[in-house]
Design a protein around this ligand. Structure first.
Ligand SMILES: *[C@@H]1O[C@H](CO)[C@@H](O)[C@H](O)[C@H]1NC(C)=O
Ligand SMILES: *[C@@H]1O[C@H](CO)[C@@H](O)[C@H](O)[C@H]1NC(C)=O
Ligand SMILES: *[C@@H]1O[C@H](CO)[C@@H](O)[C@H](O)[C@H]1NC(C)=O
Ligand SMILES: *[C@@H]1O[C@H](CO)[C@@H](O)[C@H](O)[C@H]1NC(C)=O
Length: 426
């Protein structure tokens, strides 16, 4: 084992910034006593070096550390914890690295909230149902048959720990994206709960192979879906009709052919995942004249990657089992069912019928998503490898994923009764 103590000492003496990504991570493998010692060390150093400037550029990572040294570091902890700060990195609360590095756990008893960013045709409906129906919880979600949604309340209060379609509904707009959620969730929850609270947010999402997703969206629209209810809110207003002109006249686009679908410039299906994960305020929202398109693409992709990497969790539609495992390990929660790998998601069934031209067009239209997906895949497997490496019972656990006596399952209910804008938005 490396001499970890000297690592942290050195970090304190030289530059606090050094502590940020590495110090915290290095502290983890230490045995408990020396860890406490180094935390004490850390606290003293903090006090000495003056907390003034620190709070300002204290990133999530260090603020997360304060879950351990809560009493010792009140000034740091109180620094906007739970509020999405205007600062870009902390806008979505705690990241995966915070949670893993700090042996941090999602605290349902406190003010922690999971926010599910659900992008169209990524398998989010099934995942959203698993969240309300299949988690092994002290206080399971309740889905009353006379209500269109479920209550997923904290053990000791009637406050929701889950912000999603099946619990809070589309409070921030139909299939709200990163830009909409980060500017809305906190305020909405304050409104719903009737008081202002400091919460910690844990963003989660699913990412899907872009060509399959695009085709799936195409088929959905061809059957009459529109997502007309989406507001595309950004920088204080919804996108205007000039910014996103409708691709069709009339009620919907039922019966549209693939070539026509691809030909519409303002079709938001193209690169949907990148757009929905990026901070659109950076690129002037839906105003395409705000910056040259090459730059726009570049910034949007970079922002989407950064936001994805900063989320507490993301899963890949094509890797249900791995996604389930990573979710469970990250949140220290367990599902009582194994996630099913839908075979139809693996082989996009219309693929063989595409002409080479069409295939090339789809790839061109979704080039940002394709790059984002390859980034996501790489990151996912790194995370999986790391979690696997620290899990002594990995083989057994992975084999029996989801095999839990359903002692705390949610009340039985009929999914058809839940609000399911299937035609509009599934
Ligand atoms: C919470 O909700 C349940 C039913 O939904 C109700 O019976 C109970 O009184 C509520 N508790 C509080 C503290 O409001
Ligand atoms: C779009 O951006 C351009 C360039 O910054 C600006 O001149 C124009 O007013 C913007 N359009 C809208 C509708 O905000
Ligand atoms: C699997 O795919 C079928 C048809 O494509 C769909 O009806 C079903 O809802 C999917 N199931 C899941 C769990 O995604
Ligand atoms: C998916 O395919 C695999 C092998 O091709 C098969 O073993 C499995 O039963 C299929 N799953 C479903 C839900 O059809």
């Amino acid at each position: 084992m490396k001499d970890l103590r000297s690592v942290s000492v050195q970090a304190i003496e030289t530059d606090i910034a050094l502590l940020l990504p590495h110090g915290v991570y290095e502290i983890k493998p230490m045995e408990h006593r020396s860890r406490l010692k180094s935390i004490a060390f850390f606290c003293i150093a903090l006090a000495v070096s003056g907390i003034v400037g620190f709070g300002y550029f204290c990133p999530d990572r260090v603020c997360a550390l304060s879950t351990r040294g809560y009493d010792a570091l009140p000034t740091v902890v109180n620094d906007g914890m739970g509020r999405p700060l205007r600062n870009i990195n902390s806008k979505i609360g705690l990241s995966y690295d915070d949670m893993i590095n700090d042996e941090f756990s999602f605290d349902m008893n406190s003010h922690d909230v999971i926010v599910f960013l659900h992008m169209q045709k990524t398998g989010g409906t099934s995942f959203g149902k698993h969240l309300v129906h299949d988690l092994d919880l002290k206080r399971p979600c309740i889905c009353p048959s006379d209500r269109k949604r479920c209550y997923c309340f904290r053990p000791h209060s009637n406050q929701s720990w889950l912000f999603s379609r099946y619990t809070t509904g589309w409070q921030c707009g139909l299939h709200a994206d990163w830009t909409e959620l980060t500017n809305c969730v906190d305020q909405k929850l304050d409104e719903m709960e009737g008081h202002v609270a400091k919460r910690r947010y844990f963003y989660i999402t699913l990412v899907r192979e872009p060509v399959a997703r695009y085709l799936s969206e195409f088929r959905h629209v061809q059957r009459g879906a529109t997502w007309k209810g989406s507001r595309h809110f950004c920088n204080g207003r919804p996108a205007s009709i000039q910014e996103v002109p409708p691709c069709f006249k009339g009620e919907d686009w039922e019966g549209v052919e693939l070539d026509e679908f691809m030909y519409c410039d303002s079709n938001l299906a193209a690169n949907r995942q990148t757009r929905m994960l990026a901070d659109l305020e950076l690129i002037g929202c839906y105003n395409k004249t705000y910056m040259p398109s090459v730059e726009r693409d570049h910034v949007m992709l970079a922002s989407a990657k950064r936001n994805l990497a900063s989320m507490a969790f993301f899963g890949l539609t094509e890797y249900q089992k791995i996604s389930q495992y990573v979710f469970e390990e990250t949140f220290n929660l367990r599902f009582a069912v194994p996630f099913e790998q839908n075979n139809s998601t693996l082989s996009s069934s219309t693929m063989p019928t595409l002409t080479p031209e069409q295939a090339a067009n789809i790839a061109r239209l979704n080039s940002l998503d394709i790059e984002l997906y390859s980034f996501a895949k790489k990151l996912m497997f790194e995370r999986f490898k790391r979690l696997k490496g620290r899990d002594k019972n990995f083989a057994e656990r992975f084999k029996r994923l989801g095999e839990l006596p359903l002692k705390n399952g949610a009340t039985e209910f009929d999914w058809d009764k839940l609000e399911d804008d299937a035609v509009q938005s599934a």
